[in-house]
Ligand binder design. Structure first.
Ligand SMILES: Nc1ncnc2c1ncn2[C@@H]1O[C@H](COP(=O)(O)OP(=O)(O)OP(=O)(O)O)[C@@H](O)[C@H]1O
Ligand SMILES: [Mg+2]
Length: 331
């Protein structure tokens, strides 16, 4: 608990209507709570004091200045993304929803777990094809925990000098250990692939093993997520390092219905989302494909000067999506 002195000063400034003193003392209180590692409480207090978006923006700016860089190219090794979307913006399978809620609950109640010598799940693997919500779920986790989201692209960490790669990894792990964040190691398979393809390459293997050791030894404040499109190439040495694994797939009919109702929110239309014929039109697409089709259909509607989206807009947009797929496959 905050010191009695600060609490007295806080209430005094409030009753006297002294706004400057109130903000200053509140900030001291937040600092004190942060020093005691009560991050969720400190975040909550910041949200109350500055408003949610302002408090996230403040954290974001402060972090930008401290991002570690690759010495060779002078490029940041992590990208910061301000988490905006919330849990109601993502459509997940029942299994993934409950796994995500469990992870959130463990982090919301970290102190109770710690008092029993237990740790919340802080290494989670996301597997599945492109466009099914891996990056979005990382964003949702960050926004629900009021933490910044940092994305590490393995290819930006891998340097042409192998010695630098290990140093880059060390920098990333040191950075994320000291500041609580949600960290997504995106395209994690790039690293795992090199592990299997180039097992004979002694130095590269050492780098990969260094990464796995850093993952094992990691006891920092951040939640580490790794995302892959190619879970088939991950060996058991990698799987066992994660507390939880979430498998992402293309949406089934029920998930399509929920996705359509989220993505078409606020748009006037001449069809019912519940109509099985409508749902069937999107069968087999990823969430991101569905989103692209709807966006294109909405643009067509607006540009044609119409006020209501109808089935023909959807059909025309899906035909263009099919043509796009054929073009990509040919190239
Ligand atoms: N499950 C989902 N629920 C709602 N929207 C989704 C979902 N999945 C994807 N989207 C939409 O598609 C966009 C792209 O998805 P996202 O970047 O999360 O895919 P990904 O699985 O990370 O793909 P990749 O493997 O290519 O990185 C999201 O920003 C979101 O707008
Ligand atoms: Mg992604």
């Amino acid at each position: 608990m905050a010191t009695a002195k600060l609490l007295r000063q806080l209430i005094k400034s409030g009753t006297e209507g002294n706004q400057d003193a109130f903000v200053r003392i509140s900030e001291q209180l937040i600092l004190e709570e942060r020093a005691k590692k009560h991050h969720l409480l400190a975040n909550d207090l910041e949200k109350i004091l500055y408003g949610r978006r302002n408090s996230m923006a403040l954290q974001h700016t402060a972090l930008l200045e401290r991002l570690p860089k690759d010495r060779e190219r002078n490029l940041p090794l992590l990208q910061l993304k301000e988490p905006v979307r919330r849990i109601e913006d993502v459509v997940l399978s029942d299994e993934n929803t409950s796994l995500l809620n469990e992870v959130l609950q463990e982090h919301h109640q970290v102190e109770i777990l710690q008092s029993y010598g237990l740790h919340p799940a802080d290494k989670v693997l996301f597997c599945g094809p492109p466009g099914c919500g891996k990056t979005l779920t990382a964003e949702v986790l960050a926004s629900e925990l009021s933490l910044p989201l940092a994305i590490v692209r393995i290819d930006s960490v891998v340097s042409s000098f192998l010695g630098e790669t290990a140093a880059n990894l060390r920098q990333v792990f040191d950075f994320i250990a000291s500041i609580p964040m949600v960290v997504l190691f995106d395209e994690f398979d790039a690293l795992a692939k090199e592990r299997s393809d180039m097992a004979e390459h002694g130095e590269l293997k050492r780098v990969v093993n260094a990464f796995l050791q850093m993952l094992d030894a990691y006891e920092g404040k951040s939640i580490l997520l790794a995302a892959t499109n190619h879970e088939g190439i991950l060996d058991s040495a990698i799987w066992r390092r994660f507390d939880e694994v979430l498998i992402f797939e293309s949406p089934n009919s029920e998930q399509l219905r929920r996705l359509l109702s989220i993505k078409l929110r606020g748009l006037r239309r001449e069809f019912e989302i519940e109509n099985p014929r409508i749902i069937k039109m999107f069968k087999g697409m990823s969430h991101a494909d569905v989103e692209r089709v709807l966006r294109r259909a909405a643009k067509d509607m607006v540009l044609a000067g119409k006020k209501f989206l109808d089935e023909r807009h959807l059909q025309a947009s899906i035909r263009r999506e099919d043509a796009r797929r054929v073009r990509i496959q040919r190239s």
